[in-house]
Design a protein around this ligand. Structure first.
Ligand code: HEM
Length: 428
């Protein structure tokens, strides 16, 4: 058994103020953001569900066992409705009111509201319509790869892992090209802990998102495009539901995929043997497991007392199913810290939890896998001989508990790297 989870910088400060003696967690700590796995492993050693003290002084249950995370995601006793709907004071600034509106999306609802909203989206997001995006993803990939400079140092988050998913989700939402970089900035901010940002910056991002999506919906009402979002605008969804849905698709859709792409490139460049004869579907599955792009599912709240992994979790408790920890549960994935795509061959490993489980299972899983299966082989074919330009241990990671991936990925490209042909060149 390992020693209790390592204390973050905030640990001693937090525990001196509060009599609570359990492990403390400061999700804004850069060391935790870069490598949260030892913390989760130590927590799991003491049981698959444990209470921790967060840096803001509140307590929460972190669930780190594979089976127990599945229970949290699929069992109706764990509600997705945030406590604000349970009698909290009303938001008191315009930005807070906007935030309250935009976060009222289907991921923050339970049945029957969730069932109704999800039915409308699944009717739009059919496998056929998602697969129809393939040629467009191939073109976008080829365009990006053509623009990557050869024989120099390049940040592949900026040049590849960010722009591709944001371009693809912009296709889905029908967002004009000129608005795409502003969207990235606002989305980054609303996903970061408030204390990691300059004052006012978070509020401004919420207000900008609101204004942007309101005008996008008006545009689609007037002149619908062939994008998936235009189809949603013409369903029974009301304006508030559409706003929240646009926000959810953007936020859930690109930041996660960006992390998948960046982590896959990082893992392959630091495991060059795996590049000799890559089996891309296995590489993608193993990246999803080893570097879960969503570190944790969204917060759940117990609606009654629950026994979970031998622990009594009282009604009203905040519970976080930690996907990154469940994906490295040694009882399900032997040698969980080893990156080994081959483990998905044959009967394979237990089903991935990277896209969640149960009623809120990711609607974009097919699209995200498609993007990765098209773009990763094309990237490595276009840039042979590329290597990391920074020690992986020094890479900065995004703060917070929800999403996880490197913020930059400097590589050195080879002078003689190939330029992809104009019409795209995919190998899915
Ligand atoms: C690698 C990329 C992605 C990962 C790892 C991922 C992961 C997840 C996970 C874990 C959930 C469930 C969260 C929970 O239960 O709390 C989820 C839900 C969702 N995802 Fe994704 N996602 C990805 C890409 C996408 C894309 C590309 C889209 C949209 C185009 C998308 C749209 C959604 C939506 C709408 C939900 C909410 C479903 C519901 O509440 O019923 N995701 N995603």
């Amino acid at each position: 058994m390992r020693t209790p989870p390592p204390a973050s910088a905030a640990h001693s400060r937090a525990t001196t103020k509060c009599p609570y003696a359990g492990p403390a967690l400061d999700a804004a700590d850069p060391a935790f953001a870069a490598d949260p796995y030892p913390f989760y492993a130590a927590l799991r050693d003491n049981g698959p569900a444990a209470q921790v003290l967060l840096a803001n002084g509140s307590k929460a249950w972190l669930v780190t066992g594979y089976d127990q995370v599945r229970t949290v995601l699929a069992d109706g006793r764990f509600s997705n409705v945030p406590p604000r709907d349970a009698g909290r004071p009303k938001p008191d600034s315009p930005a807070q009111r906007v935030r309250a509106l935009l976060v009222r999306h289907m991921l923050n609802t339970d049945a029957p509201d969730h069932t109704r909203l999800r039915r409308l989206v699944t009717a739009t997001f059919t496998p056929r319509r998602v697969d129809a995006l393939r040629p467009r993803i191939q073109e976008l990939t080829a365009e990006l790869l053509r623009d990557i400079p050869r024989g120099t140092e390049v940040d592949l988050v900026n040049a590849f892992a960010f722009p591709l998913p944001v371009l693809v989700i912009s296709e889905v939402l029908g967002v004009p090209p000129t608005d795409r970089s502003a969207l990235r900035e606002w989305t980054y901010r609303v996903g970061s802990p408030a204390d990691a940002l300059p004052p006012g910056s978070l509020d401004e991002a919420w207000s900008s998102l609101h204004a942007f999506f309101s005008s996008l919906i008006e545009d689609k009402r007037r002149s619908p495009g062939s994008d998936l979002f235009s189809s949603l605008v013409h369903t029974e969804l009301n304006s508030d539901e559409l706003l929240a849905m646009a926000f959810l698709l953007l936020f859930a859709g690109y930041e996660t995929t960006m992390n998948l792409l960046a982590s896959a490139v990082l893992l392959l460049l630091s495991h060059p043997d795996e590049l000799e004869e890559p089996h891309w579907p296995h590489v993608v599955e193993e990246t999803l497991r080893h570097a879960s792009p969503l570190e944790a599912a969204t917060w759940r709240r117990t609606v009654e007392d629950v026994w979970l992994g031998g622990q009594h979790v009282p009604a009203g408790a905040s519970v976080l199913g930690v996907l990154a920890a469940a994906s490295r549960d040694p009882s399900r994935y032997p040698e969980p810290d080893v990156f080994r795509p081959q483990r998905w061959a044959g009967l394979g490993a237990p089903p991935s939890l990277a896209f969640g489980h149960g009623p809120h299972y990711c609607i974009g899983a097919r699209l995200a896998r498609l993007e990765a299966l098209i773009s990763l082989p094309a990237l490595f074919e276009a840039l042979p001989g590329m290597r990391l330009a920074m020690d992986p241990a020094q890479l900065p990671y995004r703060p917070g508990l929800l999403v996880r991936g490197p913020r930059t990925l400097p590589v050195r490209t080879h002078q003689s790297s190939r330029t992809p042909p104009p019409q795209g060149h995919a190998h899915a």
